[in-house]
Design a protein around this ligand. Structure first.
Ligand SMILES: NC(=O)c1ccc[n+]([C@@H]2O[C@H](COP(=O)([O-])OP(=O)(O)OC[C@H]3O[C@@H](n4cnc5c(N)ncnc54)[C@H](O)[C@@H]3O)[C@@H](O)[C@H]2O)c1
Ligand SMILES: O=P(O)(O)OC[C@@H](O)[C@@H](O)[C@H](O)[C@H](O)CO
Length: 387
């Protein structure tokens, strides 16, 4: 069985690669990072280590790499007979790999390969695979789209495992938290007979992705932005600060109330899920930088992203969202020299009116919310430490 996986980065190697290998796949990783691709081709294997007291090592074998910047034809050839295609490359990069996936579909058609295959985007976003499908279809003629409709699935997915930035001598080595959860929308699959062990298949992904994004990711980002605002650089240090922990709990209470109201989750079970998340952020064996967790703040401010969507939906339902608003104000103060979006956001704040920046970044039209975010930003800017 053959897998093509786009993005040999932290979660790609640290979770998707592990799961595909455990399921007996030979994996071709596609990436533009030459060091990683060369190492994959030299060694055909790598090591994952669990960040807990066990320090257990897991070996991933039967892997190789293709540099899509240099060898796009090899990617198309690999897609031609792949049994599964996955991505973990970042939501903003999906449109750049879409032409290659489209070429792979055309090639399958030309070679009369009518075997059904699923393309699963494992990104932190709602509707990731369907968004990728839209980008791919933009590169296909109607006849190729018809072929794709018959044999290619784009099931949405939710992927959860904290994999920090890696700093090891071995460029392939990856340290990961023990917790992992991969959920795929079964109803959108072209090849539902190909089920991976250790992956959960759900008839409807919506509750799973919202629970994950608005608990793990809203919470994580809250620790990052509140922590940075107080002068921390690391998630572990930030969450050890009682003010940051308090803010995290307030935010999780708000998203929890919304999720319970919307999806009828059992409150006790949801609270246990939240407690587990807090424990995961506190994991002493992981060193996770705030720069990573807070990366691309403009994306995180998006209309359907981890803050604005729960705020909108809580407001619609008459539920509380004050803590979420407080964190949103702090996002606009996030100034990370290495993060292009953070620099762009700071530049926008210098060149445009505050109201324009908030409208542009959040996509909101609700005047009350726009004003509340402006007030929250002003408060955050006035109280920021180590600015
Ligand atoms: N790290 C985590 O804890 C985690 C957990 C769940 C989901 N995710 C999601 O997975 C995705 C990847 O995150 P990550 O942390 O692994 O990031 P990462 O930066 O470690 O990995 C992304 C990889 O994509 C590669 N890449 C970038 N542009 C490319 C292009 N045009 N063509 C080919 N390769 C390209 C990069 O070289 C890098 O190796 C994101 O959507 C993220 O939200 C991450
Ligand atoms: O990947 P992002 O930038 O959407 O979010 C940063 C982190 O919150 C995220 O990568 C988590 O570590 C991950 O989603 C845990 O499953």
């Amino acid at each position: 069985m053959k897998a093509v996986h786009f993005g040999a980065g932290n979660i790609g190697r640290g979770f998707i690669g592990e799961t595909l290998a455990e399921n007996g796949f030979e994996i071709k990783f596609v990436d533009v990072n030459e060091t990683i691709i060369d190492a994959l081709n030299a060694r055909h294997g790598y090591t994952i280590q669990l960040a807990d007291e066990s320090q257990k090592k897991i070996q991933v074998a039967h892997v190789s790499g293709i540099n899509n910047g240099k060898d796009p034809d090899k990617v198309v050839a690999a897609l031609e007979d792949a049994d599964i295609v996955t991505t973990a490359i970042g939501p903003k990069i999906l449109k750049f790999i879409a032409p290659l996936i489209a070429a792979g579909i055309q090639s399958r058609k030309q070679h009369h390969n009518e075997k059904k295959v699923d393309v699963i985007a494992c990104e932190n976003m709602i509707g990731g695979s369907q968004a990728l499908k839209k980008e791919v279809y933009a590169h296909l003629e109607p006849a190729d789209q018809e072929f794709a409709d018959q044999v290619i699935g784009f099931p949405n997915a939710a992927v959860d495992r904290i994999v920090p930035l890696q700093k090891h001598e071995d460029p392939l080595f990856v340290s990961v938290e023990p917790f992992k959860e991969w959920v795929v929308d079964e109803s959108q699959m072209a090849a539902p007979e190909l089920k991976l062990k250790k992956v959960h298949y759900a008839p409807d992904l919506e509750p799973f992705i919202e629970r994950k994004l608005f608990s793990v990711n809203t919470g994580h980002a809250t620790v990052a932005y509140t922590g940075k605002h107080k002068g921390y650089d690391n998630i572990g240090d930030a969450i050890a600060d009682p003010d940051v922990l308090r803010q995290l709990k307030r935010v999780l209470k708000e998203t929890g109330d919304l999720l319970i109201a919307k999806w009828d989750f059992d409150r006790k079970e949801h609270e246990a899920y939240q407690e587990k998340i807090i424990g995961r952020f506190e994991n002493k064996y992981l060193s996770d930088e705030i720069a990573r967790v807070g990366r691309t703040p403009i994306r995180k401010l998006g209309y359907d992203e981890r803050f604005i969507r729960p705020i909108r939906e809580a407001k619609e339902r008459g539920l509380g969202y004050a803590a979420l608003l407080e964190t949103v104000g702090k996002i606009y103060t996030f100034n990370e020299p290495q993060d292009e979006e953070s620099q762009k956001l700071q530049q926008m704040l210098k060149e445009e009116s505050l109201e324009e920046v908030i409208r542009e970044t959040t996509g909101l039209k609700d005047e009350e919310l726009l004003q509340a975010i402006a007030a929250s930003y002003k408060e955050a800017a006035a109280t920021k430490q180590n600015a």
